[in-house]
Structure formats: C-alpha cells, structure tokens
Design a protein around this ligand. Structure first.
Ligand code: FAD
Length: 472
C-alpha cells in the first residue's frame, strides 16, 4: 500500500515538474508546433500554402518583407499553370486580372514594324482549356493567391524573416527575426534567388550569368504611348529597351540594360521613345542568369521556386516552374505528414529537378537566339514525369504514364472540373484500361488494375472515352 502511494505520488510530482518546466519554457519563449514551415511568400510559397491549407495540414508562412511585393516582374502565366490555378480555385480572378500578350512593335528611327506576339491567341479546345500565355502583373497574381489563402484560413506573416535553422531526425528548429523559435516537421525554402535556406544547407546555385551587365525592370507610366503594342527599340544607345503595356493598369513594364538608361529613367524614356514618363510605380535591378542547385532535399528541408533555380525572363518560365514545384510537393508532404512513407518525398527532387534543368536550357536558348517563337516549347503542357518511380503501366493512344492528363468532356461534365480538390481520380475508359490520375493531374498508372485509394484517400471514380484525345 505504501509503495503504491509512493508510486502515485512520484508520478504526480513528476507530471507537476514537467508542467512547471513547460510553463517556464512557454513564459520565456513562444514555441509553435506546425507541420510545415514555409519560408517566403512569393508565388511559390503562396501556392504551397494554399495546397496545404486545403488539405488541412498545419503550416506557417513567413515572409521577410513588411508588405506585399508591388512589381509586375513575372507577368507571363503559362497554360499549365492556369490549369493548376483552376484546381487551386483562382482561375476566374486570374483571367479577369489579365490579358493576351500584345504584338511586338519594333521601332527603327522614324519607322516601326509590327512583328508577331510572344503569346498566342488560340481558341480553347476540349483537351486544352487555357491554350494561351496569359499576362498578369506578378503583384496581382500574388494578391489573388493571398486572398484565396485567407479564404482557406491561412495568412502570410509579413515582417518575419528566417534567421537560422537546425534539423534532426524528427523535425526542424527555426529561429525567425525577433528571436522566436519554431518547431516544424518540415521546412520548405521558397525564399527566392538569394535564399537563406539554400545557403544554410550549403547548396550552391551552379550555372552562369547570361549577361554580366545588370538589367533594369520597372513599372512606369508613359504619357501618350500606344497601349496596343509591346514596343521595342533594339538599337537604343547602350542597349535595347522594351516597354510592354500591363493589362488593366496605366503602366508599362520596362526592361532595359541598366547602362542603356544611364542617369535618369525619365530622360532615357524621353530620349528613346519621344514620350514623357509619368509615375514610376516600381523598379528593380536583376542579373539575367541560368542557375540551379544539384539537390532539392536535405533531410527535412526542401527548396522550391527561385530558391532552387533562377531563370532569365525569356520564355516566362520562372514563376511557372516555382508554382509547379509547389503543386508537386504539396500532396506529397500532406501524405507523409499523415503517416505515409517518407520515400514519397524523394520523388519531389527526382521529378522536379530534371524539369528545372530542361526549362533552364530552353530559357537560355531563347535568350541567345533572340527567338520570339514560343507556344508548345514554353507552355509547359508537355512536361512529364514518364521516368518517375510513381509512373507505371502501358501507354494508351497518345497518353503515357507520367504525362499531364488532358481535359476531357465526360457525361458528368469537364474532367478538370470533376478532378478539382485534393484527391486522385480513376478514369474507367470506354477503351478498357483504367487511368489513375494523381492529385496533381499527372497520370500515375494506365492498365486494368483498380485503385480504390491513392496516397491515403479514396479515389474519385469517373467514366469516359479517350480515343479522340489530342494532348495539346
Ligand atoms: C524581369 C523579369 C521578368 C520575369 N518574367 C517572368 C514571366 O513572364 N514568367 C515567369 O514565370 N517568371 C518570370 N520571371 C521570374 C519570376 O519573377 C520568378 O521566378 C518568381 O518571382 C519566383 O517566385 P518565388 O516565389 O520562387 O520567389 P520570389 O518571388 O523571389 O519570392 C521569394 C520571397 O521570399 C522572401 N524571403 C527571402 N528571404 C527570406 C527569409 N529569410 N525569410 C522569409 N522570407 C524570405 C522574399 O521577400 C520574397 O517575397 C521574371 C523575372 C524577372 C526579373
């Protein structure tokens, strides 16, 4: 009896001690437990946060800047990203905020010549609902992503920079500005080209500067300049100057070699275009580079977007590749947080790293050849994971395991509408085989096998015919 009482007492006192220690700890430091710490609230971090929020995975999204980004920088949204934006629930505001790319107009002294456009103006088809490059200033895209995140209950923590972190087998301890320490199961560095996360991991951005001379990008008003065209002055003193009208604004995005501008932007614009400049809404200097890391994952820490690969503006690939990194990683993180095998997270690097390498090669070729031909090469619809360990089965017509699943009209409605949300889909085809479509819209398997569930969630069952499929 005495020993039982002693045992109870020692348990009570032990629990009491633990409580005292916890109270002490919490009173001096704020410790948050969260599944995923996302560092950086650019397009990549925001897309990842939305995907995790709709999967009910806890996260914190910290952003070093005190306020939202205000520039037009990554203005070209590719058809594949538009499909992802449909799934994430923001396609309507993105379409409303943007427009097709205007034609290029080259100015040579007193003459001007209209060339083609960097974009296309195709009609949507059954398989490709968004066939054209869509221009939306990056700050608008980010604002739309933030609004969607808020609707899902998430928030960006502005003015909160990651200072340092350490990881062990169970998680990551991160210290943010202000000294707060955070404990997270995983950390994703979406913190851009100068990534703190990448540097802390000791990973290098390997590659080259395409041009040693810095370039200027600025959002400016130019009084009286025709807003129907993207104007180019290829032989301006010091280097070419281009000004592109930004949809639903009074602004043009100006891109020029910094030395072509010289002292005052206002004087340079007047000298080259003959028009007077109004307001400068935003400006920034950048170095056109082609660089990427050799690893996307180190233990519990991942890199995504510009933190992992830096693109020149040609071809409009950087923002798009970052959003698609996030879309590839979100469902995998969610499954592993829910107890799925950690090896699933290795497929993030094995699937996305070769894509970044291919896309960077393309951007570099486009810059060096000065080609204005775009379309299938840049629209990111043909990017695939055919060699991934997650792709299996046999081709069916033009479809291969690992390909992006095209949209289809089914008896119940549009496939992309029916696929919206977090689950995988199994399409039972009139031709016989079943097509298992991953949560991110890529084909996991083609064959007779039935999948009632995929990554821990029941699959959505649909029926349809794929014989007249045209992948692009
Ligand atoms: C002139 C120009 C034109 C371009 N045009 C296109 C285009 O048409 N299409 C396209 O796809 N791409 C384009 N891009 C590229 C595109 O802008 C980038 O690829 C895109 O911004 C990358 O998004 P991100 O979220 O990965 O990184 P970022 O947008 O750089 O966001 C990173 C965020 O992390 C934050 N951060 C940094 N350090 C920390 C820290 N320690 N703690 C917390 N937060 C931190 C930063 O403040 C920032 O908000 C263009 C780029 C340039 C320069």
């Amino acid at each position: 009896m005495a020993s039982a009482a002693a045992a109870i007492f020692s348990r009570v006192s032990c629990d009491f001690l633990v409580d005292i220690r916890t109270l002490y700890y919490y009173s001096y430091r704020t410790v948050y437990e969260t599944s995923v710490l996302i560092v950086g609230a650019g397009p990549t971090g925001l897309a990842l946060a939305i995907d995790l929020a709709r999967r009910r995975i806890s996260f914190r999204l910290i952003e070093a800047a005190d306020k939202p980004f205000e520039g037009s920088r990554g203005k070209g949204i590719q058809p594949r990203t538009l499909e992802i934006f449909e799934d994430l629930g923001i396609i309507d505001p993105i379409l409303a905020a943007g427009g097709l790319y205007p034609r290029l107009r080259t100015h040579l002294g007193p003459f001007s010549l209209r060339l083609g456009s960097l974009g296309s103006a195709h009609e949507p088809s059954e398989n490709v609902p968004y066939p054209n490059l869509w221009m939306v200033p990056q700050s608008r895209t980010e604002a739309i992503l933030r609004k969607r995140l808020r609707a899902l209950g998430g928030e960006v923590e502005f003015g909160t920079a990651l200072a340092k972190f350490e990881q062990d087998g169970a998680g990551v301890y991160a210290t943010v500005s202000g000294g707060e320490t955070l404990r997270a199961a995983y950390l994703v560095g979406c913190d851009g080209g100068h990534s703190t996360v990448r540097k802390a991991l000791g990973l290098k951005l390997e590659g080259e500067a395409i041009d040693e001379k810095p370039a200027l990008v600025a959002d400016v008003e130019i009084d009286g300049l025709d807003r129907r065209d993207w104007h180019l002055w290829p032989f301006a003193k010091g280097g070419a100057i281009g000004v592109c009208p930004l949809p639903h604004t009074s602004l043009f995005q100006l891109i020029a070699k910094a030395e072509a501008i010289g002292g005052s932007l206002e004087d340079a614009i007047h000298r080259v275009t003959g028009y007077r400049m109004g307001r400068i809404a935003w400006e920034s200097i950048y170095q056109p580079s082609v660089r990427m890391v050799g690893r996307y994952r180190v233990g519990r820490v991942f890199l995504a977007g510009d933190a992992a690969h830096v693109h020149p503006p040609t071809g409009g690939q950087g923002l798009n590749t970052g959003v698609q990194d996030a879309y590839n990683l979100g469902w995998k993180l969610a499954h592993v947080v829910h107890g799925g095998p950690d090896s699933l997270l290795d497929t993030y690097e094995s699937e996305r790293l070769p894509i970044a390498a291919a896309v960077l090669g393309l951007s570099k070729r486009l810059l060096q050849t000065r080609s204005i031909k775009r379309g299938d090469a840049t629209n990111q619809l043909a990017l695939h994971y055919r060699t991934s360990s997650l792709s299996s089965g046999d081709p069916l017509g033009s479809l291969h395991p690992g390909d992006r699943m095209p949209d289809l009209r089914l008896a119940e409605g549009r496939l992309f509408e029916l696929m919206r949300g977090t689950r995988a889909t199994e399409l039972l085809t009139a031709e016989g085989p079943r097509i298992l479509i991953r949560p991110d819209g890529y084909i996991a398997h083609i064959g007779p096998k039935h999948f009632s569930e995929y990554v821990g969630e029941p699959t959505r069952q649909l029926q349809g015919t794929v014989s007249k499929l045209n992948r692009r």
